[in-house]
Ligand binder design. Sequence first.
Ligand code: SF4
Ligand code: ZN
Length: 407
Amino acid sequence: MTEAFPVDIGPQYEGDVIRKADLYVEFGGPKAKSKFELVTLNSPAEVEHGRIEVIGPDIFELEEGGSYPLAILIDVAGERLEKETEPVIERRIHMYTNYIQGLYHMNQREDAWVRLSKDAYKMGLKSLRDFGKILIFLYTSELSVIERVAITFITDEKRVQELLPHALEVYHARDERLKGLREEDVDQFYGCVLCQSFAPTHACIITPERLSLCGAINWFDGRAAYQLDPEGPIFEVPKGELLDPVKGEYSGANQVIAERSLGQYNRVYLHSAFEHPHTSCGCFQSICFYIPEVDGFGVVHRDFAGKTPIGASFSTMAGNTGGGRQAEGSLGMALEYMRSPKFLRADGGLYRVMWMPKEIKERYRDVIPENLYDKIATEENATNTDELVEFVDKVGHPWLRGEVELP
Ligand code: SF4
Ligand code: ZN
């Protein structure tokens, strides 16, 4: 079936990483300012099946070694498809792109990142149209509910920038649906092992109050994904018994972690960064890291290029956090998790956070309690732990003053 394509396709390529030395070009990622991927469900009349459009320069027109903007817009139609499956179909971009020999996909939404290898380029993968053809082939052959697919790739920076706000609105609306729904209200959680090709002992546990660490799958998405493809990477997690309401330990989640981590771990605390934290793969949006000097946390996101007060950058820390490990005091997480009423509840929650990049602090202004906002340092206040100690001491951070009561 794959003869019509310039490169081979199959799950055997899933774990292949494309390193700098093998890179032909990349789209998105930290070096490209504008990037996103978005799946939209439309009526069959609106989706011209098989249509692939490239707006902006195509691969063969780009200079080797560069990082370029990219929007991947996928329109789908199918009688049995529902609006709530959009994020699930969108997350499949990750899985399917990694099925393609010589292509590598990381992250999601507005952090998407695609790399093309020199070998694949030599083999003839020189146009985004070929990438599109393969994606359409995979979507329709793997998910029978998808009847029509059309794909638009945009590499024109200005166009990507123009459309990004709409994508951000859609992501936001998806996250908003969860407001008010609590772990106590549901009988089951969902699990995802899509990242096991890179992180063999990693499994996400997704609850109404803890979305996946990639930020792409919330509880509703998990439910929709399971309904769409019960044999797929997303599965049901029976809650079981609530063993610790503060740390968020459930016997059902423990059992799933034991099975899916191949015996590596047998407990998971959903709302603590200590002892048995959630495993981290590699595509987390941010890292929550413990800073012993202040007995508090820092939060750093993927796009923060500088160094955190502990002297390490996001990418250095990501290496020590990910890979499928439960890394105590270093937790890969979705930024939206900070909106959860159960956010690291056992550890003090937001009141334990002492540093974050200015951009994130501003983006999450509405969730940070008013009496805390000015007490969290940013890169403008502290670039090393000495400065951080001084800052939190000076402002009287409530955690250090003993004003925070743990549940
Ligand atoms: Fe699935 Fe979790 Fe990976 Fe997201 S981070 S794709 S939810 S395993
Ligand atoms: Zn991952």
